[in-house]
Structure formats: structure tokens, C-alpha cells
Ligand binder design. Structure first.
Ligand code: BES
Ligand code: ZN
Length: 410
């Protein structure tokens, strides 16, 4: 009798904990590719579908995914992250998947994620010095600081929380207001839904043309916070988000016009395994929107030992485009440049790279010497250098102007 009661109680408890989850899609599975050093730390049961020496393909519940998030957040055991490949996996669902097919799928996914290790033979040139110098005069670091204050005041910007969606809507309204203020009819804004997550990515297209465009983006989401354990995400990736916003602001306010459209993007659900950007990239593919070059800004505010050196990621990117960024930094920002690797697809540039687009990713520090408060409630503005952020904003603006090619008056 007592046993039965206890069972009922346990059942009710389990049921309650399931329905109280933030997502009612609790039963939904996620197909994830994670570094083995990460899955080795899992305590919950997860279904391994295939593995290689370094990577494991998993069928994961929300609980397993959340455990991976916690494991990757433990920066004392630097290991790597995971990416969500549910869409790619489910696309092939009709075929009954054998272990061999799962392994082939895994190899295909990690193979396509490899860096274009080709030697750089950059043909990109610095061509619009006058225009870049002119527009850079309008860059206002105080705007970035104010925007960052706003973004870090949300309890979190989690991909499945109300405040995550509010943050997305705030960004969208802010850009719409910029366009209205500048009387521009060539700025278009839209949302790209993120599958099972409530936060959409936000895309702003500056310019009307359908030429091959330039993409500048950062992710706006953070991990999930609570009222006593907020996730301000100041550096990760509030810094990238406000840099992108300031770039949009000065491009929209300027009377400079370009041959190519500039797409300014705030990705949702990066922290959940690059989910938002993978929807965005597929949306561009589906609509056949051509893109020449992509810049990802994820963490630009922490200057290790206050050093002004600027860093460029050299894996999961295009080598020529990355070399070109070095040239832009030397010309316009006049800072020392160094290269570093994440060792895995650590941010949204990897989503573009995977689909064959040319991407580059500036980063705040050498990998391992970046801001170690990220993913915690201490990722706050007081650890950041506005000067360092401003250097990356200059780079983003120079990249937009040079790549999009100004036309007529400057
Ligand atoms: N901003 C980080 C990426 C990052 C962190 C780069 C530390 C370099 C050093 C990003 O938001 C992130 O957390 N990425 C995940 C992987 C992603 C696929 C979920 C990570 O690095 O664990
Ligand atoms: Zn992160």
C-alpha cells in the first residue's frame, strides 16, 4: 500500500517537473553533435547514434541538452561545444537509419565543418578609404554602451523565455525607429523563426538591390536565467549585438548608398547549438538570396591584460576573407592583429561556413584567454573595455563599406 502511494507520488512529481519546464515541447528530441570530451561528462542516459574519435552524434532530451550546456560552461575543463543538427538529421528521416548511415551522417557533418585550410590568396583590396574615414566619424561608442545597458537589464535573453523574445523585439523596433528617423524606404526588417524556440532571429536589409550582399551579425541570446541568477550576457554576446546595432545605425543615418545590400542580423538560439543561424542560413538559401561575405561578431569586449591586440579566428572561416580583415584592421583601426582557433564551430560563422558561404570571425582575445565570466551571472559590463569594443565596431563598419561598395556621393 505504502509502496503504491510512493509510486503515485513519484509519478506526480515527475509529471509536475515535466509540465513546469519552460518549454512544453519537453518531449521533443534534439539531434546533437558534441565533442566526446563533453559527452564523457554526461550523467543522464543519452542515445548515442554514432561516434568518431572526437565527436558523438546523440539523440538528446531537453535534460541531456541542458546537461551539455552546463558541461561546456565549466571552463576549468575547456573542451568544446555542441551543434544542433536536428534539421539535417530529420530531413533524411524517411530513410530508415542504420548505425552505418548514422556514422556516414556524422562524418558528413563534421567533414563539412572543416576549415577551408587553403592558403590565402586574397584578391580583396582596400578601395574606399575616403568613404570609410568619413563614415567612421559618426561612430559613437556611447550608443553601444547605452544599448548594452538595455540588453543586460533583461533577466536573460534565453531562446525560450519571454524576455528572450522581448529582447529580439526591442532590437527590431530600435532598427525600425532608426529607419523612420532617417526617412529611409530602403530598409527592410523581418523575423526568421527558430523551430522549437520562441525567439526569432532578426534580419535588417539595408539597400534595395538584389546583388550579392554582405552579412554582419552576432547572436543576441544568452543561456536561461532566473530572478536570483540572471544571465546578462554582456560580453557573450551583448558586445557583438550592440556592435551590429551601431553599425546599422551609422549606415542608416548616412547618406551613403551602396551597390550591394547589407544584411544586419541578430541570431537567436546560438547557445542552443547554433540553432537560430542554421535557420537563417537555410532561409537565405531557400529564398536564393546571394551573399558574398559574412562577418560574425561574438565577444569583442574583453581585453586580456588590457592588451589592444585584435584577434581573428582561423578555423571554420574563409582564409582569404580573414586575411582581408587583417588588412582592414591595419588600415583603419591601426592595431596589432593575431590569429587564434576555437577548435570547433564555436559560433554562428560556422553555420554559414558549413553551407559554403565565405565567413570571417574577429574575436576579443586568444582562445583560452577570453572572458571567463561568460555563461554566468557575472558576465556583466564592468569586465569590458569600451575601447576594445570600439575597435571591432570600426572594423565592422570598414568591412560593410568596403565590401558593399559605395556609389555616387559620399
Ligand atoms: N561566445 C561563445 C563562443 C566562444 C566561447 C568562443 C569561448 C571562444 C571562447 C558562444 O556563445 C558559445 O558559447 N559557443 C558554444 C558552442 C555553441 C555551438 C553552442 C561554446 O563555445 O561552447
Ligand atoms: Zn556562449
Amino acid at each position: 500500500m505504502f509502496k503504491l502511494k510512493r509510486q503515485k507520488f513519484l509519478f506526480a512529481l515527475t509529471f509536475l517537473s515535466i509540465v513546469s519546464m519552460d518549454t512544453f515541447a519537453a518531449a521533443q528530441s534534439h539531434y546533437l553533435i558534441a565533442k566526446r570530451c563533453l559527452t564523457d561528462r554526461l550523467t543522464s542516459q543519452a542515445e548515442k547514434l554514432a561516434s568518431t574519435q572526437d565527436f558523438v552524434l546523440l539523440k538528446a532530451t531537453d535534460a541531456v541538452r541542458d546537461e551539455l550546456i552546463a558541461a561546456k560552461a565549466d571552463r576549468t575543463k575547456l573542451c568544446g561545444g555542441f551543434i544542433d543538427v536536428s534539421h539535417e538529421w530529420l530531413m533524411k528521416r524517411k530513410v530508415k537509419r542504420s548505425a552505418a548511415q548514422a556514422e556516414a551522417f556524422l562524418l558528413e557533418q563534421i567533414g563539412s565543418d572543416k576549415m577551408a585550410e587553403s592558403n590565402a590568396t586574397s584578391s580583396y583590396a582596400v578601395r574606399y578609404e575616403k568613404q570609410v574615414e568619413t563614415i567612421l566619424k559618426n561612430l559613437n561608442p556611447q550608443n553601444m554602451w547605452a544599448d548594452l545597458t538595455k540588453l543586460t537589464n533583461f533577466q536573460d535573453r534565453y531562446a525560450n523565455s519571454g524576455t528572450g523574445n522581448e529582447a529580439a523585439q526591442w532590437i527590431k523596433t530600435t532598427v525600425a525607429d532608426m529607419a523612420k528617423l532617417a526617412n529611409r524606404d530602403d530598409v527592410t526588417l523581418w523575423e526568421v523563426p527558430t523551430g522549437g524556440y520562441s525567439q526569432p532571429s532578426i534580419v535588417a536589409k539595408i539597400g534595395k538591390g538584389d546583388e550579392s550582399g554582405v552579412v554582419i551579425g552576432g547572436h543576441m541570446d544568452t543561456l536561461r536565467g532566473t530572478s536570483y541568477n540572471k544571465k546578462p550576457g554582456a560580453d557573450d554576446d551583448g558586445t557583438g549585438s550592440v556592435t551590429v546595432l551601431e553599425t546599422a545605425r551609422i549606415l542608416i543615418q548616412s547618406d551613403m548608398r551602396f551597390k550591394k545590400p547589407i544584411y544586419v542580423i541578430w541570431y537567436a538560439a546560438e547557445e542552443m547549438g547554433l540553432v537560430g543561424s542554421s535557420y537563417v542560413v537555410r532561409d537565405f538559401k531557400k529564398k536564393a538570396i546571394p551573399v558574398d561575405a559574412v562577418m560574425q561578431l561574438d565577444m569583442t569586449g574583453f581585453a586580456y591584460k588590457n592588451e589592444p591586440t585584435m584577434w581573428l579566428l582561423s578555423d571554420y572561416v574563409n582564409a582569404d576573407l580573414t586575411t582581408y580583415l587583417e588588412k582592414l584592421i591595419t588600415t583603419y583601426v591601426k592595431k596589432e592583429v593575431k590569429y587564434t582557433r576555437c577548435g570547433y564551430g564555436c559560433s554562428d560563422h560556422a553555420s554559414w561556413h558549413k553551407y559554403g558561404f565565405k565567413a570571417a570571425a574577429p574575436f576579443e582575445a586568444k582562445f583560452g584567454q577570453e572572458n571567463h565570466y561568460i555563461h554566468t551571472s557575472n558576465d556583466t559590463m564592468d569586465h569590458l573595455s569600451l575601447d576594445h569594443m570600439t575597435d571591432y565596431a570600426k572594423l565592422a563598419v570598414a568591412f560593410a563599406v568596403e565590401m558593399a561598395e559605395p556609389v555616387s556621393k559620399a
